[in-house]
Write a protein that binds this ligand. Structure first.
Ligand code: AMO
Length: 433
């Protein structure tokens, strides 16, 4: 190994001993007889203090390296209160592991932020910035707790196909591809599979995976490839049981994120854990509230971005940032949504600060009704034969949700552009890196 310690793992016990550190050279300040070099690793930075008179050759070689070159250093760790970490390293030997080309396409510690496209084009450097990496450390933490929470509730993790024969969420924003002699689609959601699994006895399943939507618009909250936690549970009597799992999951994830103190500090954020249960507000009331504030929304329509934002403001005035919108009109929800009477459905959305982060419903589990609803939605049951078969031989009542992780991170960390919340975003114009 080229490293015995990360910058943040050095303790008083290491003082006056020889240790080995490795990382990227962030900055070199050469003042003639002495040089201060800032070395960066996964956990932070440390200072190398190099004295010319002690080893002129080592001094010369180290101080002439280009910024962002990768080195491994063996040296004596000395206590020094004036240095931020409380210690510095006096290098004795070193090895250059990789020399960085100059100039850099993007600075790592520059005060002036590069434009967003330059950042994304050079994401491997963009992610060297502590702030940007912190987002992914938090992302990792919230995924870990999602697994823990769902497993503790008896859900098992499943993986369903991402190349599919039919589209689950409607025709327009689906990516089509040639699958040998047939046409296939990239999965927009695991909807049809997670429901089919409810017929198997695996009656509580979840999947954390990526989905593809050919959304034409380049907005700050849409991706063409995004990540979601999807869940399906059987033997429910109404959608409230699903909403209950969702709010507990979101709460556990928010709480775990609030415990990532170092990352939150680096991001300069404050995370306040919401109280449970989240507010429930029926769709009809939402429409009234929006119309009172001069929105042009008509009953039956889905909320447009402006309406969602306005509702976020209204709910904030009532002291709530998380809320479920329930009892959506049947016509605004997908074919698999369980009707409630003629006009309404058992579909819901979960919004956070005016942004939809999840949606779900109780589903139809009777095949006749499912076929009828498909026809009303201008879909042909013939195209869904294998899905429909799963409903013909014993299908319990069930429901579930899809919960967008990048949307969640945006709201959690108050990030304005969803692209910051995924390592390598795919949007209307971006296919690389
Ligand atoms: P829906 O289409 O509402 O529902 O998607 C579920 C959640 O996924 C996220 N999401 C997106 N995030 C980023 N970019 C996109 N283009 C994008 N599209 C969706 C959102 C959204 O709330 N099958 C149903 C879920 C279910 O009923 O189980 C579905 O896919 O956070």
């Amino acid at each position: 190994m080229y490293r015995s310690h990360y910058s943040k793992d050095v303790t008083k016990k290491d003082y006056d001993k020889s240790i080995m550190v490795a990382g990227w050279i962030e900055d070199i300040r050469n003042i003639g007889s002495i040089a201060f070099i800032i070395l960066r690793d996964k956990k932070g930075t440390l200072q190398l203090t190099v004295l010319k008179k002690e080893n002129p050759e080592l001094f010369e070689k180290l101080t002439s390296l280009s910024r962002e070159s990768v080195v491994s250093i063996k040296g004596i760790c000395k206590e020094n209160e004036k240095v931020r970490n409380g210690y510095e390293i006096l290098p004795k030997t070193f090895e250059v592991l990789s020399v960085a080309k100059a100039p850099l396409p993007l600075g790592v510690v520059d005060k002036v932020e590069a434009d967003f496209d330059t950042r994304l084009d050079n994401r491997f450097i963009d992610l060297r910035k502590q702030r940007n990496r912190a987002i992914f450390t938090i992302r990792n933490a919230v995924f870990a707790v999602a697994h823990e929470y769902l497993q503790s509730q008896g859900f098992i993790e499943v993986h369903t196909p991402k190349i599919t024969a039919s589209s689950s969420e409607g025709g327009t924003d689906v990516f089509r591809l040639k699958y040998f002699e047939k046409e296939a689609f990239l999965a927009q959601s695991p909807q049809l599979y997670k429901q089919s699994l409810m017929a198997t006895g695996l009656d509580r399943v979840y999947e954390i995976a990526w989905y593809f939507r050919a959304e034409e618009h380049n907005t700050r909250r849409h991706l063409n490839e995004s990540t979601a936690v999807d869940l399906e549970m059987a033997f429910i009597s109404d959608e409230e049981e699903v909403m209950n799992v969702l709010e507990n999951l979101v709460h556990a994830m928010w709480k775990r994120a609030s415990e990532c103190k170092n990352e939150i500090r680096v991001l300069g954020k404050k995370i306040i854990v919401p109280k449970l249960p989240f507010t429930r507000i029926v769709y009809d009331k939402v429409v009234n509230k929006l119309q009172e504030r001069n929105s042009s929304i008509q009953w039956g329509q889905d909320l447009r971005t402006d309406d969602e934002r306005l509702l976020g403001d209204i709910m904030k005035e009532h002291g709530t940032e998380f809320y479920f919108i329930t009892k959506y009109p049947l016509e605004s929800k997908p074919f698999y949504t369980m009707p409630e009477g003629d006009k309404y459905s058992r579909g819901f959305d979960l919004a956070c600060k005016g942004v939809e982060i999840a949606s779900g419903s109780q589903r139809i589990h009777e095949v006749k009704l499912l076929e009828e609803r498909m026809k009303v939605c201008n879909l042909s049951p013939k195209d869904f034969e294998s899905y429909l078969n799963a409903f013909r031989y014993g299908m319990p009542p069930h429901g579930g949700f899809g919960f967008g992780i990048e949307r969640f991170l945006m709201e959690l960390l108050d990030i304005k552009n969803i692209r910051e919340c995924i390592l390598f975003p795919r949007d209307r114009t971006r296919l690389t890196p």
